[in-house]
Write a protein that binds this ligand. Structure first.
Ligand SMILES: Nc1nc2c(ncn2[C@@H]2O[C@H](COP(=O)(O)OP(=O)(O)O)[C@@H](O)[C@H]2O)c(=O)[nH]1
Ligand SMILES: [Mg+2]
Length: 315
């Protein structure tokens, strides 16, 4: 068993096996992971992190594949985290991703990791940002996170990475997919994928009319027509990503934004854990707390009030 310090050394030196082991520690909630992440955190690291979201089948993995090839061509070490919040057990989508990205599987400059989101209904696991941090420490730049866009995932992915790329495709219900609350606001770049297959004009019109509803102050994201199949639009896509990155996270703001994202992620996890342990202490666990609600003794909100009191909050 290696010490945390040895693990840190291994990761910094770019050893893929050590990185893989550390990712497993993070996913399993191994208490040494926090010590390791603390040791590895370098506030001056400048890796670009990109969250990729959008409906299943939109071509997220295919687009990521193109971006990997592009950045490999520029001599960059590229990290990819594929999170599948919808099917922690089936693994179907993850397998598909592996096949789509496998041309890069033997390239030492590419690190691809698939993870489920056990115990996290329909959302990203709390360890996702920690996994990103491990990849940053190992020298990957950029690092991309692909999530299946279901429910809250699009909004959650925005609090994970420097930039959020939303991938949409032409098809029935263009309006519905673009109008979904919150999506437009969290996207920094909108990709209209499958440009080779037609239907782009209608999709673009739908997207642009939804964007008109986004408050002006936020700034409207660029919309890029793209085909992961032919590679059409790739250069423009990269240009827009880099432009948004330098306007949103340029200079020292990048370091600040990263520290903020990581702190938010740590606080979310700590808050959840502290609240859960209070519920354990007061009720003997979630199930018993629910029993108490069903017996009419309290409500979920009443439990929230109890938590406020027990954490000494007064208002
Ligand atoms: N015609 C066409 N098909 C595409 C394009 N991008 C992806 N696909 C196909 O769409 C399907 C879903 O792609 P995938 O990358 O797995 O989507 P994801 O679920 O969003 O990751 C696959 O069969 C891809 O080959 C594209 O630009 N044009
Ligand atoms: Mg995929």
């Amino acid at each position: 068993m290696n010490t945390v310090h040895e693990l840190a050394e291994g990761i910094r030196s770019g050893d893929g096996r050590t990185l893989a082991r550390a990712l497993t520690m993070v996913e399993n909630g191994d208490p040494r992971a926090a010590v390791l992440l603390h040791e590895l955190y370098d506030p001056s690291a400048t890796a670009l992190t990109l969250g990729v979201t959008g409906p299943p089948g939109a071509g997220k993995s295919s687009m990521v594949n193109r971006l990997i090839a592009y950045w490999r061509g520029k001599g960059k070490k590229v990290g990819v985290l594929a999170v599948d919040p919808s099917s922690p057990f089936s693994g179907g989508a993850l397998l598909g991703d592996r096949i789509r990205m496998q041309e890069h599987a033997t390239d030492a400059g590419v690190f691809i990791r698939s993870m489920g989101s056990r115990g996290h209904l329909g959302g990203l696991s709390g360890s996702t940002r920690d996994s990103l941090e491990l990849m940053i420490a190992a020298g990957y730049d950029p690092v991309m996170v692909e999530t299946v866009g279901v429910g809250q995932a699009e909004v959650e992915v925005a609090s994970l990475a420097d930039l959020t790329i939303l991938v949409l495709v032409p098809g029935a219900g263009d309006e519905v997919q673009t109008m979904k609350a919150g999506i437009m606001e969290v996207a920094d770049v909108i990709v209209l994928n499958k440009a080779d297959a037609g239907g782009m004009d209608r999709l673009q019109t739908a997207v642009e009319s939804s964007l008109e509803l986004v408050p002006d102050g936020i700034g409207r994201p660029p919309v890029v027509r793209f085909s992961a199949k032919t590679g059409q639009g790739l250069e423009l896509l990269v240009e827009k990503i880099l432009e948004e990155a330098s306007s949103k996270t340029g200079d020292s703001r990048g370091a600040r934004k990263r520290a903020m994202l990581v702190l938010e992620s740590v606080l979310r996890e700590k808050g959840r854990k502290m609240a859960a342990s209070k519920v354990e202490e007061m009720f003997g666990g979630m199930e018993k707390a629910i029993d108490s609600v069903l017996r009419g003794e309290t409500t979920p909100y009443g439990i929230g009030e109890l938590l406020d009191k027990s954490f000494g909050e007064e208002d």
